[in-house]
Write a protein that binds this ligand. Structure first.
Ligand SMILES: [Zn+2]
Length: 510
């Protein structure tokens, strides 16, 4: 018949648009022309498809072959279309039956020997395929990930020859996808961090209201240990959220590991990370750390060491929950609803305020160090807390809280956080950290004593209007943790304490 059509999908950000692969065989000088792919991708794909067909025991047609990938203006990474192109050539040359192809969507890169290799973004393709009514043929290595899209029928392809055999026999072994049960990551237990009652309290408030948090303390005080335990304190994700997280990881360079299904991401990029690595970008834009941390935690250790222009870029996603990457011809939106946890030393040497009295930094040096973080960014961090170094000799005593109870486990904190978050969702359908100014005025009304206290503190600490609203949001979360509807002066007083680093940095030194 000389003509065949195979469906496939492109990957553009989190989009997976349908691509039609048309193959036409005509008499004439033998050649293979591929239309609709970038030049380099065409060259590579041509070689792989030809070798895979021959090495799978089929004939490469001695005809003039035209392959058209439509629409032509979609960004296409070549590899994923190898398998649909090969099937199209074999069907057009009547070496495999054509009948079932229209019921399938096909993705997969081919090795020269005809093995089907993994592609990026299988989950986003599977989510779209599920709405098309077609079945999805994809590499075995991507099957577990694609399963996370409910109600898509998956056909696993290990080798081109094996898939063609099944098409001949008319028996494509499908399996219906269903996500596995989420397993919380139990490895990081809050009670394993000894002492540190105050920072743990700040972490619990951050978890309850999805507030951003800056920890300041000397090296070795356990700031990283605390940050790594935050995902384990957060409420479980909904299935839709878990699918979002998996889809984002699926288009990232690391791919999605189904063992992490349902776990909130935790990303801790080094301060030498480039802007593209942090924010996303590239010719075929890939997600950066802030997107890979979507619905989870982004931990920036040694905050003042990060490139200041990169930090400034964080301001937009912190407000909007997404990032727009613009490239010459196209624009890609990635989600970036991450919770920011940052850490820094109190001074260049790290030991200002430490009991050992080792710090020799001058007030000027301290001020210069702290001013590397801009006011506008600091303004957007809801909670600031000092994390002291724990004296090993005093651990026996500080292990216990002031009221004599043992340190709380992650599970105990998670339960309180869950209850406080449920109150927020009932009231405003969002965590307190995301309340708009109007919503703060509606939902975060403090009693008159608390208001007087807040006005006094604002004047004395010289805080901005933005900081004023942040204090009220944090006070709202503290009241939610206490299961109270009214915000009292104790809640406001505690919320003000979490802005003291900002006040002290404004006065020049700690
Ligand atoms: Zn110092």
């Amino acid at each position: 018949m000389g003509l065949a059509t195979v469906y496939s999908r492109a990957q553009n950000g989190l989009q997976a648009d349908l691509v039609t692969v048309e193959v036409h065989l005509a008499p004439g000088l033998p050649q293979l022309a591929i239309v609709g792919l970038p030049e380099a991708a065409v060259r590579e794909s041509r070689d792989r498809v030809r070798a895979a067909i021959v090495n799978s025991g089929y004939q490469f047609p001695n005809r003039r072959i035209t392959v058209n990938l439509a629409p032509a203006d979609l960004p296409k990474e070549g590899g994923r279309f190898d398998l649909p192109i090969a099937l199209g050539i074999l069907a057009a040359s009547e070496q495999i039956p054509n009948a079932q192809l229209s019921t399938l969507e096909v993705l997969g890169e081919l090795s020269l020997t005809g093995e089907v290799r993994a592609i990026r973004g299988a989950l986003t393709a599977a989510l779209k395929c599920a709405t098309s009514g077609r079945r999805l043929v994809l590499p075995a290595a991507n099957a577990a990930e694609a399963q996370l899209a409910r109600s898509v029928e998956i056909i696993v392809a290990n080798r081109l020859s094996e898939l063609c055999g099944a098409l001949h026999a008319g028996t494509l072994p499908t399996k219906l996808a269903a996500p596995p049960n989420a397993v919380p990551d139990a490895a990081l237990e809050l009670a394993d961090v000894r002492g540190q009652y105050q920072p743990k309290r700040a972490l619990e408030i951050a978890a309850a209201g999805q507030h951003s948090l800056l920890m300041m303390g000397p090296p070795g005080s356990g700031k990283s240990m605390l940050a790594a335990r935050l995902p384990g304190l957060l409420p479980p994700m909904t299935e839709a959220e878990a699918v979002e997280v998996a889809a984002v990881a699926s288009i990232g360079s690391g791919g999605f590991d189904p063992q992490h299904w349902g776990q909130r991401p935790y990303r801790a990029p080094h301060h030498t990370a480039s802007g593209v690595a942090l924010v996303g970008g590239g010719a075929n834009p890939r997600p950066g750390e802030i997107t890979l941390a979507h619905r989870g935690v982004l931990f920036l250790d040694e905050l003042p060491e990060f490139d200041r222009t990169v930090l400034e870029v964080l301001r937009e996603p912190l407000e909007s929950g997404q990032i727009t990457i613009s490239r010459a011809a196209r624009q890609v939106d990635f989600p970036a609803r991450f919770q920011l946890i940052a850490a820094m030393n109190p001074c260049p040497c790290g030991y200002l305020g430490d009991s050992g009295e080792r710090c020799r930094c001058t007030p000027d040096q301290v001020a210069r160090y702290r001013s590397k973080i801009s006011g506008p960014l600091l303004d957007r961090i809801d909670l600031q807390v000092f994390v002291p170094r724990v004296d090993p000799d005093a651990l026996g005593r500080s292990e216990n809280r002031a009221d004599g109870r043992a340190a709380d486990s992650s599970a105990q904190v998670r339960e309180r956080v869950g209850a406080a978050r449920a109150r927020q969702l009932t009231r405003a359908d969002k965590p307190n950290a995301l309340l708009t100014v109007k919503e703060v005025e509606r939902d975060c009304v403090a009693d008159s004593d608390a208001q007087a206290l807040l006005r006094l503190a604002m004047a004395r600490m010289g805080l901005s209007a933005r900081a004023y609203h942040r204090v009220l949001k944090v006070a709202r979360t503290i009241a939610d943790l206490a299961r109270l509807d009214a915000i009292g002066s104790a809640h406001v007083a505690e919320a003000i304490r979490y802005r003291q680093l900002e006040a002290s940095s404004k006065s020049g030194a700690g």
